[in-house]
Design a protein around this ligand. Structure first.
Ligand code: ADP
Ligand code: MG
Length: 355
């Protein structure tokens, strides 16, 4: 049995910052004993930051056997109580592993390795993690609430009100219903939210993107080749239909989410004199920073493994979750990055309404 986690941060020196994120900070620390750990602490910002880090800590501490070995152990955790604002935890440092985002950007991930990474990930997520859960969280209601709230907030911003209220728009040269109209149409129809509510529920990763996957090409004695990090979605989702993890994974692995996050996109109102408001949204694939995503395919094998395990999925449920993810982040970004999210969501909602 491993010792219970300590409830205070260890006395340690910060070796370096691994990531200074929007909501939290990840640091490599060294204890007086020489032991290296990673400490993750909240910055106490954003609508979800503190609670999500708490939920992440609980998730890691409550993992069922079989799944726990694919995640880091919690070595210390603090800020459990709702009134505490200093929340964080410590975990082992995986020296010699690289996260999938680093692998892609390094340009040293050959297709053979990319295939193996996808297979290792599929095996871990679909076999060890995605197990049926008796609990039925109201994911459909949560998705509906987030989309509705985001559209309302965007409607109040002068920059977006024309788009939000338009009955019809042109996006990349194609006519689509405006986002609010598309959303109202799919609510009135009801099938899609029913499909989401009735989908089987599993334990999800919740934020399954390559940056949250540590991987090495060879196995170190007794250690897994792949480790999952940073579970639970920004909005706190950790249980739901398996497609939730697929949509998130593919958004990053295809390069699109990476492009949206780093501004490698065009996303704006087009200077079109027509009566229908026109917009343009596209990833700047030609940019050299997108090259790694053009060179290796990080998603086809994973998709094939998904359908082998969970079966075919409803394209519109996929689009709905894609719109949901885009709108969650539209509320947490500004400028071009926000426009990209808003137009991505507009495209997804509009496509659902058309199909
Ligand atoms: N235990 C660890 N060992 C090695 N690297 C880690 C570890 N934890 C985090 N990292 C690195 O730090 C990055 C950020 O950590 P993560 O938990 O994903 O934080 P965030 O919620 O800010 O994305 C990861 O993408 C990975 O590169
Ligand atoms: Mg992360």
């Amino acid at each position: 049995m491993s010792p219970p986690p300590s409830s205070t941060p260890s006395l340690a020196a910060v070796v370096r910052v691994l990531k200074d994120g929007i909501w939290d900070r990840c640091e490599l620390i060294q204890l007086a004993s020489g032991e290296l750990r990673v400490r993750k602490t909240t910055k106490g910002t954003g609508p979800w930051g503190v609670n999500t880090l708490r939920a992440e800590t609980h998730y890691l501490q409550a993992l069922p056997p079989g799944a726990a070995e694919h995640f880091p152990a919690v070595l210390a955790a603090w800020g459990e109580k709702p009134e505490e604002s200093n929340v964080g935890y410590e975990m082992p440092y995986f020296d010699g592993w690289r996260d999938g985002g680093e692998w892609v950007r390094s340009g040293t991930l050959y297709q053979k390795d990319a295939d193996r990474l996808q297979e290792d990930l599929a095996q871990t997520v679909f076999r060890s993690l995605h197990r049926p859960e008796p609990a039925r969280p109201a994911l459909a209601a949560h998705v509906e609430e987030i989309i509705r709230g985001a559209l309302e907030q965007l409607d109040r911003l002068p920059e977006f009100s024309e788009l939000m209220r338009a009955g019809e728009i042109v996006l990349n040269g194609h006519a689509l219903p405006g986002p609010e109209r598309a959303f109202q149409a799919l609510l009135a129809q009801g099938d899609l939210f029913r499909a989401l509510a009735q989908a089987p529920c599993v334990l999800l990763h919740g934020d399954l993107l390559l940056e949250n996957v540590l991987w090495r090409t060879n196995i170190l004695a007794g250690k897994p080749r792949l480790i999952l990090l940073d579970p639970v979605s920004v909005a706190g989702v950790a249980l739901g239909p398996p497609i939730f993890d697929l949509v998130k994974y593919e958004s990053y692995a295809t390069g699109e989410l990476y492009a949206m996050r780093t501004g490698l996109v065009e996303a704006a109102r087009a200077n079109d004199p027509g009566a229908t408001p026109a917009y343009r949204y596209r990833v700047r694939w030609e940019d050299s920073a997108m090259r790694p995503f053009r060179l290796v395919d990080l998603h086809t094998r994973f998709r094939a493994a998904y359908t082998a395990r969970h079966g075919e999925f409803d394209r519109n449920v996929y689009r709905l979750l894609d719109a949901y993810f885009a709108l969650v982040m539209a509320l947490n970004t500004t400028g071009l990055l926000r426009w990209a999210r808003v137009l991505k969501a507009t495209e997804c909602l509009g496509e659902i309404a058309k199909h």
